[in-house]
Design a protein. Sequence first.
Length: 657
Amino acid sequence: MATIESTLNETRIFPPSETFSTQANVSSFDAYEALCKEAESDYEAFWGNRAREQIMWHRPFDQVLDDQNFPFCQWFKGGQLNVSYNCLDRHLSTQGDKTAIIFESDEGNVTHVSYRELYQRVCQFANALKIQGVKKGDRVIIYMPMGVEAVVAMQACARIGAVHSVVFGGFSSKSLYERIVDAGAVVVITADEQVRGGKRHSLKLTVDNAMIMGEETASVKRIIVFRRTDAQIPFDSHKDVWWHEIVQRADTTCEPEWVDAEHPLFTLYTSGSTGKPKGVQHSSGGYLLGTKLSMQWVFDYKSTDVFWCTADVGWITGHSYVAYGPLAMGATQMIFEGIPTFPHAGRFWEIIQKHRVTIFYTAPTAIRSLIKLGADLPAQYDLSSLRLLGSVGEPINPEAWMWFYEKVGQARCPIVDTWWQTETGSHMIAPLPGAITLKPGSCTLPLPGINAAIVDDAGNELDNEKGGILVIKKPFPSQVRTLWGDSERFKKTYFPSEIANGRYYLAGDSAFRDKDGYFWIMGRIDDVLNVSGHRLGTMEIESALVAHVLVAEAAVVGKPHEVKGEAIVAFVVLKGAYPDGEEAVEITEILREWVAKQIGPIAKPDEIRFGENLPKTRSGKIMRRLLRALAKGEEITQDVSTLENPAILEQLKSVPK
């Protein structure tokens, strides 16, 4: 494979302020390097020490890493723990009355839940699950609205050793059915409805439709329904039970089930895949360690923080930085049910102002959407409580980074641009904000103990300033253990034999390192374009487009071209109104020349299509596979039920002429 060319020319740097570094958990680059050297000198001792410091073990482990059956590695062998105990019980004697969750509903109602109250609610629901016949090792599907109860359900499963699998509340009956069947679930936990943006969406009806799709759902013995809206819903008294009724009969204390460090905590099915769902399986001990360390290192967590991760628990970000990481730290966190545009475009900023949020963690797509909604809106709110900002989900283009830094963080809050995946469980490459100089668009350097590298397609490591395939060279505690019921697929997908004889974890992303060794994510490997023999990452063309004053958001894909190999097709959302006719043609030429000036003529889009939005899931992820199909002129045959805005696909079919 030829190396991937990097055309991004970003020279701005932002060193940590002395004020921030002085109070930081890792307060200098020397301190960061000392941690990295400790890991290099004795890898197992490094992780063993961290596990003893961070986790309360019921039984100590006697082996840090067993990699004899690589890539099916085992961490902290012999150790026993309970994740729920580490998130709740351990805080009761020291901060039982501290607020664990501030919940704001779609309508604006606010609830505060203390650690003691959360512990009691988790214990009650854990006991209720046991009464319904759920036992250690059973799989439980959670299909819930974003709220306190979703966290309670996840923690309750962890408490009794059941394996939860959360399905995002926007998924269709078919997607839900596939996950129920693959997991062999014995219980489904859902709600009558969910409320988002002033609209109600039935969840129970979706579950019922999934249940009648095939006989394989017979494994489900109970459907537990949380009453969110008092909607009239079908109710089968033989199978369905109300949440509020079963917890009334349950005790508020529940002894934790002590499990081995490798006991599966959850499976999470990766979104957007075709064919058989891919259930990523995470362990208990290693996963908990990864989330807790990254709370300390990357988010620089302090006991006075109000932490807000905007992700839904249906995604890995909501698992690691809503349901587990913040609670393991004993943090106060914000959970919001609604969307950033309802009832007005300043809802996020209003929440930060009202609840004095100090750490705000969201996705680049959300940031770009907020720019389009009102680039100057943040100035209308008091955001002085903020001290740290974070970005997650995909590479953040430098112009969006700068807006986030200047308009939201008021040029005083570091931005932690985090690279990680469902499969890694916790942050892999991200700045430690008190120690590392920031560069807009770069996720900077690997966390201590994470051996990230960029290689060619044979696994040979590439020098700085050359693009290639991102890999992690050594196993790490929070790593995916296997794919549920499909160990062969796990090996082929993440440890392919053609790269370093199957010894490296393949992330599936392309990246390059600059002259300072900083990592820049260029997109998925399959998002690399081959234009007239030049291999170009889509992210850099998108960044060039978004840097233009007219553009709010852009997504770039390729389509076959008989001369160049691939043609570049850009889908663009403008800050102003949707352009039509001659105006669209004029703006197309302006943007093509702009990209040529920013990157070079080779990167000029062959086509630019305009839309009022891009096709996104409700979590804010752009559905690039749909854009590829549109670019090629193919009919959309894939399931689009997870889209926030399916009508936008029709608009994006047209090419300005």
